[in-house]
Design a protein around this ligand. Structure first.
Ligand SMILES: [Fe+2]
Ligand SMILES: [Fe+2]
Length: 147
């Protein structure tokens, strides 16, 4: 497994993205509760935990390749007020993750770095599932999908 500087940078961006997403989904769970959407709030909390597990996996990999486990800055992502906003903002976050991990995966494959490619591919697959679930719900609410 490579400690190539670009792979380290992808992993650090991934950790930052995952903690940012966990923060966004936790705040969205609170907003969903305020809207009386208790079961959706539970799903958002579970989603936040998924993203924290991703952050941990990427952090562990940084440690394994000798890049340490430095703290990263999180990005402030929008929460939203209505159910459709919550879904839309969540969808945009999942789309960003998919783009980042697809790019990182291509780079790892180009360097024949199977170990890191496997990690980015696995988590990319999780984000695709998250994306598809949000997309399905948005369509149920008759919202346009654009990001
Ligand atoms: Fe994630
Ligand atoms: Fe996700």
């Amino acid at each position: 497994m490579s400690g190539h500087p670009r792979i380290v940078a992808y992993l650090q961006r991934a950790v930052s993205h995952e903690f940012s997403a966990a923060q966004q989904f936790t705040l969205q769970a609170v907003q969903a509760e305020c809207l009386g959407l208790g079961s959706f709030a539970d799903e958002l909390r579970a989603g936040a935990l998924d993203e924290l597990r991703h952050a941990e996996a990427f952090s562990r990999r940084l440690h394994e390749i000798g890049a340490g486990s430095l703290s990263v800055k999180t990005v402030v992502l929008p929460v939203g007020r209505t159910l459709v906003d919550l879904l839309r903002f969540g969808l945009a976050t999942e789309a960003d993750a998919m783009r980042l991990y697809a790019e990182a995966l291509r780079f790892c494959e180009g360097r024949a770095d199977a170990g890191n490619a496997e990690l980015f591919a696995r988590i990319h697959g999780d984000e695709v599932q998250h994306y598809q679930e949000l997309e399905r719900r948005l369509r149920e609410h008759g919202a346009d999908i654009k990001h």
